[in-house]
Write a new protein. Sequence first.
Lengths: 112, 113
Amino acid sequence: DGGITQSPKYLFRKEGQNVTLSCEQNLNHDAMYWYRQDPGQGLRLIYYSQIVNDFQKGDIAEGYSVSREKKESFPLTVTSAQKNPTAFYLCASSYGSNTEAFFGQGTRLTVV
Amino acid sequence: KQEVTQIPAALSVPEGENLVLNCSFTDSAIYNLQWFRQDPGKGLTSLLLIQSSQREQTSGRLNASLDKSSGRSTLYIAASQPGDSATYLCAVFTTDSWGKLQFGAGTQVVVTP
């Protein structure tokens, strides 16, 4: 089945730790995105990538980093510089800016 | 800057009633508008995509309209069922910034049996 796989489903981070969220897609999409969702708020864009080895900051990139070494993979690292990382993180992909976007099932990150 | 608004934030209807969900956006320079469904603790499921040149799109009991000039889209769900209970989000791809899918905060729908 084609789709987007995010792992893990739940992730716990200690203060001062970096953690990496995985996102893999087998839809052959060029574009991939990371969004953050907080209760009562809409999704906010963290980073996006149009092609391999290229990515741009979204609205809330501070404290996050990404890489795009392969077309099918777009991992997100939440660094210790992100002061309020507890949130639901969603990965998405699409062929381009005027095509349908598809989402993974999300990773819930909690700081302990 | 594009802003997307969904009103009301929450809606409760009895089973069988038609649902009408509203989405408004401030900048008409969009590539497309997409409606999603989100169940609690889950990712987003794409329902309908309307290209900027289209006026409406239909899939089963769902119909979405788009009026770019007034910055509005409406999602109609006919003959609602308890299984339609979820949060519905609309999002637009703006032409001023590639790749930026701008979301509304969503409408939480409860369909009571």
